[in-house]
Design a protein around this ligand. Structure first.
Ligand code: FAD
Length: 387
């Protein structure tokens, strides 16, 4: 693929997760785009192992990318879902205080949510909250009507289809194993699932590789702990994985006891929003995700064993929301891994969208990355001068 064309593609997007595919769709409006993904299909990693909540931008530091892009993305996900026949529930969510001493924590969440301009939020008494979720013994709550739940697989599939419709080429089962800057662009070395080697060239490179993002940055010579590279100040790119396990409520009568996500007070320092109850678009209900830091470099295992300590922990948390929940009504569900720039014990760290001479690096694209996927794509397009 050379001839008169200087590069194989104007832009290569690495990673066919929801975010990479949203970016591909956006860029393919004006550029030739090649998406390269190591897995056998779209959304096989973080984009298919999450809560699927369309967040309202309640928790994030005011003015951060997480706040502004999630806030912008919330109505866009509903519009996209309607236009592309993606199942979505506009069910709202409750953040509940389950004991008197949790009321203060609710005040903190309320202050942040109002500072962030969250659409339509209200304070509810325990009685009002119990009208919405009669089985949850709330003493007080925050009601967020703009929160919802999306079918994540269908969302990613719709992004992939829309990107292809605009002419993007999506190549699966190819791993980027090397990368270098060339005069005017980049060369990427690939290995396919059969071990065959090849290379492609591009003028611009978008690193949307999720947990693989630091390795690709390293291959380009960037220092992962920040510093100066070729005269350019590089931010911290190193990531650490934090796992989020789920248990499913497998008894349909118990699952029908809730109609929307119900969250406790957040646990930012632990790395998550607190083990919550959530629903999916086809009537399933889940408990999770937990938060657990993985050792550096640990392999990400997407199978979850039914370990007695975890089962006990989930049952105890589940019973705070649904006091009658029984052990035989839950079973291990999925496990997802948050790609975090945040280190253990640190407060919330923002998304990183960093641009250096045709290279765009997406780092720490944990929650609310799905909700923010369309605005993230807009920001990447602007960074590459295609608006
Ligand atoms: C437990 C959990 C719960 C969450 N809940 C929510 C929620 O309720 N709402 C919300 O908005 N967000 C949520 N999120 C966040 C959301 O899931 C992520 O922000 C989003 O899925 C990130 O998408 P991505 O495309 O950046 O990453 P990914 O989906 O991980 O995609 C990256 C892709 O890059 C590929 N790749 C990596 N390295 C290479 C390489 N060298 N060569 C080729 N391909 C490569 C990988 O195979 C992968 O497919 C949650 C996340 C977790 C972990």
């Amino acid at each position: 693929m050379t001839g008169d064309v200087p590069h194989d593609a104007e832009v290569v997007v690495v990673g066919a997760g929801a975010v990479g595919l949203a970016i591909a769709e956006r860029l393919a409006r004006t550029r030739s785009v090649l998406v390269i993904e190591r897995r056998e299909g779209y959304a096989r990693e973080t984009s298919s192992h999450n809560s699927g909540v369309v967040h309202a931008s309640i928790y994030y530091e005011t003015g951060s990318l997480k706040h502004t892009l999630c806030w912008e993305g919330n109505p866009l996900i509903y519009e996209w879902a309607d236009a592309h026949h993606v199942p979505v529930l506009r069910c709202g969510k409750l953040i509940v205080a389950l004991s008197e001493d949790e009321r203060g924590g609710l005040d903190d969440v309320w202050r942040q949510a109002t500072a962030n301009g969250v659409r339509g939020i209200e304070r509810l008494t325990g009685e009002q909250a119990r009208v919405l979720e009669p089985h949850v013994p709330s003493v007080e709550a925050i009601w967020s009507p703009s929160t919802g739940v999306v079918d994540v697989a269908a969302l990613a599939r719709s992004y992939e289809g829309a990107a292809r419709d605009r002419g993007a080429l999506v190549v699966y089962r190819h791993t980027i194993v090397g990368a270098a800057r060339t005069a005017g662009g980049f060369r990427l070395d690939l290995r396919d699932a059969d071990g065959q080697r090849s290379s492609v060239t591009c003028a611009a490179l978008v690193n949307s590789a999720g947990h693989g993002a630091p390795d690709l940055a390293s291959a380009l010579g960037y220092p992962l702990d920040g510093g100066v590279h070729e005269g350019i100040q590089v931010p911290v790119l190193r990531q650490r994985a934090n796992s989020g396990r789920y248990y499913d409520i497998v008894d349909s009568a118990a699952a029908r006891m809730i109609s929307r996500p119900v969250y406790p007070l957040p646990e930012h320092q632990a790395g998550g929003l607190g083990l919550h109850l959530t629903v999916d678009t086809d009537g399933g209900a889940h408990l999770g995700p937990s938060t657990e830091w993985l050792p550096d470099g640990a392999a990400l295992d997407y199978r979850q064993a039914d370990e007695p300590e975890w089962r006990a922990r989930f049952l105890e948390a589940g019973r705070r929301f649904l006091p009658g929940l029984r052990d035989d009504q839950i079973a291990p569900g999925q496990v997802g891994y948050r790609p975090k720039i945040q280190q253990p014990g640190q407060g919330l760290v923002d998304f990183l969208i960093w641009h250096d001479r045709g290279y765009v690096h997406l780092g720490g694209i944990e929650s609310p990355g799905l909700t923010a996927s369309l605005p993230i794509a807009r920001v990447v397009a602007e960074a590459l001068g295609t608006g």
